[in-house]
Design a binder for this molecule. Structure first.
Ligand SMILES: [Zn+2]
Length: 345
């Protein structure tokens, strides 16, 4: 069974290849883009709240100095510590991070560059940044956010170790990879950032997009615009992992989102605004017919992670299966976890 899949993957080069060098920024990025940080590091005129990052209640505004408008400042409600009785969070100097420090909707490469840019980060060196993130009380609030709020899932000491590892490796930022785009014929297009691969299908009625890769972010839309002006009508999630679908929120609201049922269930638990829940769910098989094109989606069982599906474009003779076989590598020891193998038989 492995041989069959290896042959398919090698022929089509559509499996995911891990990046060459270890990406020390990745775990840092995971913390910085957690809602507890992003709700203050917004790119808009207001703070956000909750894990769904909805607009802050009471029409709270950023104001000229990021701490609210005259007569309605953050400090009017937020004190220097959490208020147990009312559930209002608090920490010293509660305010929005300036717009130059906005991290919302940034790719790892863009966020990292904003972070280390002394013109944008309050003139901080890498050591200053690490000091701030490991010692500052306002940042520390994210590990003790009070009320029903979930803390940043990684302990702060572990975050500190990741920051040190990133610094030791030269505090390098991930490359802002330009995409590569190639037609596979008859409306099907392969897109790659050099490491991650995916594809989209242009139909008479619109574009079916598979895996909105966060490493590409909005550049995925640029790639589509390069070949068509048709609107994106469908998004398909191969599986639930953020590194494959974490830019879904950058696609137009109201597109149909398709996933296998287990993926939908996992995403419901994640409640991650970057990965909105599917609007269409299937169990074993689903044939998507749009504007004269056909994609066959199949889920023979667990592989890599529950919900990881086979995406087949029969007319193009292309099969996409993510994170199972990596060209040039042998399948890794446990193929995800051993319980996930049966779906590959
Ligand atoms: Zn994965």
């Amino acid at each position: 069974m492995i041989a069959r899949i290896v042959a398919a993957a090698a022929a089509l080069a559509l499996a995911c290849v891990p990046a060459q060098a270890e990406d020390f920024f990745a775990p840092v990025f995971d913390v910085l883009t957690h809602p507890r940080c992003l709700n203050c590091h917004t790119a808009v005129d207001f703070p956000r709240q909750g894990d769904e990052r909805r607009r802050h209640d009471f029409q709270v505004r950023r104001g000229p100095k990021d701490h609210g408008v005259a007569g309605f400042t953050c400090a009017a409600c937020h004190q220097s510590m959490n208020q147990a009785s009312s559930g209002v969070p608090g920490a010293p100097h509660w305010a929005l991070a300036p717009l130059s420090m906005a991290w919302e909707d940034k790719s790892p490469a863009d966020l990292c560059r904003a972070l280390v840019d002394r013109k944008r980060n309050g003139n901080r060196s890498v050591d200053d940044l690490i000091e701030h993130m490991t010692k500052d009380a306002l940042v520390g609030w994210a590990w003790d956010p009070g009320a029903h709020r979930k803390p940043v899932p990684m302990p702060r000491e572990q975050f500190a170790q990741h920051l040190q590892a990133w610094k030791r490796a030269g505090a390098k930022c991930p490359e802002a990879t330009p995409y590569r785009l190639k037609s596979l014929g008859n409306g099907l297009h392969w897109v790659s950032d050099g490491a991650y691969n995916t594809m989209f299908l242009v139909t008479r009625d619109g574009v079916v997009v598979i895996d909105p890769l966060p490493t590409l972010g909005a550049r995925y839309l640029d790639a589509i615009r390069q070949v068509t002006d048709k609107p994106v009508t469908h998004l398909i999630y191969s599986h639930e992992h953020t590194d494959h679908i974490g830019a879904a929120n950058l696609f137009p609201k109201g597109v149909a989102i398709i996933a296998q049922r287990r993926t939908a269930e996992l995403l419901e638990q994640r409640a991650d605004p970057r990965r909105p829940p599917p609007t269409m769910v299937f169990d074993r098989e689903y044939t998507l017919e749009v504007g004269g094109q056909v994609l066959k989606l199949a889920y023979p069982g667990e592989n890599h992670v529950p919900g990881n599906m086979f995406i087949h474009a029969p007319a193009h003779r292309v099969l996409m299966l993510v994170d199972v076989v990596y060209p040039g590598y042998s399948p890794y020891a446990n193929l995800g976890v051993a319980t996930n193998i049966p779906g590959l038989r």
